[in-house]
Design a protein around this ligand. Structure first.
Ligand SMILES: [Zn+2]
Length: 142
């Protein structure tokens, strides 16, 4: 299922809608010195060696990763964030770990080590989409 094409990414420096209209590509910067990836791509310096990334090549790669751990939040972390929500630490590339929101209702189907993919979820404002992670084999957020 695709999301409406009129929706814009809530955080366009981090991700874009992939060709399938549902998945997200994440933007990384490839360090000109050590060749490793940094996320987000607009970070001032390489997360591995500290080299300034002003000359770095920005590349888009399929968003997703490996679930490391997760927890259910019963109070919103930020204005506009739904609660309860399940958030997790996700290894998105190499040794890069980011916190992400999981697009599932309950922890029951989650387990550390499982593969996740990033998909677009329409925002309540009707104009944007945000990023949520779902199990690789799950088509739509529950
Ligand atoms: Zn580097």
């Amino acid at each position: 299922m695709s999301i409406p094409a009129s929706l814009q990414p809530l955080r366009p420096t981090l991700y874009r809608l992939a060709a399938d209209g549902r998945s997200l590509d994440f933007f990384y910067a490839r360090c000109p010195d050590c060749s490793r990836l940094t996320f987000p791509a607009n970070a001032p310096g390489c997360r591995h060696c500290g080299t300034p990334l002003s000359e770095a090549v920005r590349i888009g790669m399929r968003g997703g990763g490996t679930l490391l751990e997760f927890v259910t939040l019963h109070v919103p972390l930020a204005p506009g964030m739904a609660a309860p929500a399940i958030v997790g630490d996700i290894r998105i590339a190499g040794d890069l770990v980011e916190e992400g929101v999981l697009g599932v209702d309950a922890e029951a189907g989650l387990q550390p080590g499982m593969t996740l993919r990033a998909i677009a979820r329409p925002c309540p404002d009707g104009a944007h989409f945000d990023c949520v992670f779902v199990p690789e084999n799950q088509e739509t957020p529950q």
